[in-house]
Design a protein around this ligand. Structure first.
Ligand code: ZN
Length: 429
């Protein structure tokens, strides 16, 4: 977080919070029970040297697990030996890279697919996208045989197995950590793993299936942003444009969208994923007239710019509310039916993912649904929608299976806590 708000743009402090999962689920994320265990002061972010700062915390955690601490039980009027372990870490995606040591940039940015992640380097947009979600479909799904609707080829590969805990441990166990600025590259055969995380000092850490969770809040925010930017064709946020269309020409798909040169001008035919001006107006008006209960969300009306027909200043919780309840209502009657249905299904998936109660029997169906919807998005939307955050949606269900409902391990309580911390900064010095 930046403790100085808007006064200093590049100051970065890193609070480290502990949540107690022994408490009942309706209490354990409450601010009263959050423990601010340390504060990495900044002004620069620690990057992968964060392990140096975490050493005292890890020492305490090591003691808590290996030796235990004598604690007084006021109810039974006797002392007992308390043991505690870290269940998972939860952070945004760049911090995921810092903590785990995985390089979350470049062609193999997905830490769960690792070397099997399928990427495409866009030549015109200079962006890496992670597509081919048809690999995650069932073996004989009809989408696998389609060519022109997707990238021009059939898909016969099966889904890559998620990287298991032992595979990760085998890769990082021999890495020699080198901290600090001036250093030689660690020589190891670990492919994308740049360090052995300090958490491996805890004896149980190598037994965890999921060590660092993907934060649903950030995934939802990024997906919502790129979706709304593309639907409303907001300048600077849209994934559509001349470069995107040239990409389609290179891939040889969707001829109707190819740019047409008329003299000095280039004409981009209207696409199914952008709204017409009339549709934009009805979308914005729908949002403006939306009424919600007190405390449910921020004032949605203030997010809409009716003159410019776009949404401005979307915060993560606004995106959450949009994706959960509002977006699929607001797009009714606009867009072609197939695109509208795909977006609605995506909204329903996020609604199911964020549910507080999840039936484990339904996870298989949900997992299939996620893949089908992502394939539909690949069909209708330009490839640049699938940045790494768009791809990570496919792995969210696996983490629910391993770690339980997301409301216990997403960053909303953390963000609220950071707001409190920022309130303490009265004087910059
Ligand atoms: Zn992946």
């Amino acid at each position: 977080m930046n403790p100085y708000g808007n006064l200093s743009t590049n100051h970065s402090s890193w609070p480290v919070l502990l949540f107690i999962y022994n408490l009942p689920p309706w209490l354990c994320m409450k601010q009263k029970y959050v423990m601010l265990s340390m504060m990495i002061p900044g002004p620069r972010q620690p990057g992968k040297d964060i392990d140096v700062y975490l050493r005292p915390l890890i020492d305490d955690l090591w003691k808590l697990w290996e030796e235990g601490v004598h604690v007084w039980d006021a109810n039974l009027q006797q002392s007992f030996l308390l043991h505690a372990m870290v269940f998972c870490t939860i952070n945004d995606f760049p911090a995921y890279g810092n903590l785990s040591g995985y390089s979350v940039k470049g062609h193999h940015a997905c830490p769960i697919c690792e070397q099997n992640s399928s990427f495409r380097q866009l030549k015109h947009g200079k962006k890496t996208v992670y597509t081919r979600h048809r690999r995650f479909l069932k073996p004989y799904h009809p989408y696998r045989r389609l060519k022109m609707a997707f990238d021009g080829s059939q898909e016969h590969e099966i889904a890559p197995n998620p990287l298991s805990r032992d595979e990760v441990y085998d890769q990082v166990k021999d890495v020699v950590n080198m901290f600090g600025k001036f250093q030689k590259k660690p020589s190891s055969n670990a492919y994308m793993w740049k360090k052995k995380s300090i958490f491996f000092d805890l004896s149980y850490w190598s037994d965890h299936h999921v060590r660092h969770c993907i934060d649903v809040m950030h995934v939802e925010k990024n997906v919502c942003d790129s979706l709304i930017g593309t639907l409303l064709n907001i300048k600077g946020k849209t994934n559509d444009g001349l470069k995107c269309r040239q990409e389609l020409v290179d891939m040889g798909i969707r001829q109707v969208l190819h740019p047409i040169s008329k003299g000095p001008r280039t004409y981009l035919p209207p696409a199914c994923y952008t709204m017409s001006t009339t549709e934009k107006r009805s979308f914005c008006q729908c949002l403006c007239t939306m009424k919600v209960p007190q405390g449910y969300s921020s004032n949605i009306k203030s997010l809409v710019s009716v003159t410019e027909l776009k949404l401005v200043g979307l915060k993560s919780h606004d995106c959450h509310v949009l994706m959960q309840q509002i977006l699929h209502v607001a797009i009714r009657g606009t867009l072609p039916k197939k695109v509208r249905v795909a977006i609605t299904r995506l909204c329903f998936i996020f609604n199911a993912i964020c549910a507080k109660v999840i039936d484990p029997k339904q996870l298989d169906d949900l997992e299939n649904e996620v893949v089908v919807v992502l394939c539909q998005m690949e069909m209708y939307f330009p490839p640049s929608v699938f940045d790494i955050m768009g791809h990570l949606v496919v792995h969210l269900l696996r983490e629910i299976r391993c770690c339980g409902p997301v409301f216990l391990r997403w960053m909303y309580p953390v963000e609220r806590y950071m707001k409190v911390l920022k309130g303490y900064t009265k004087n910059q010095y």
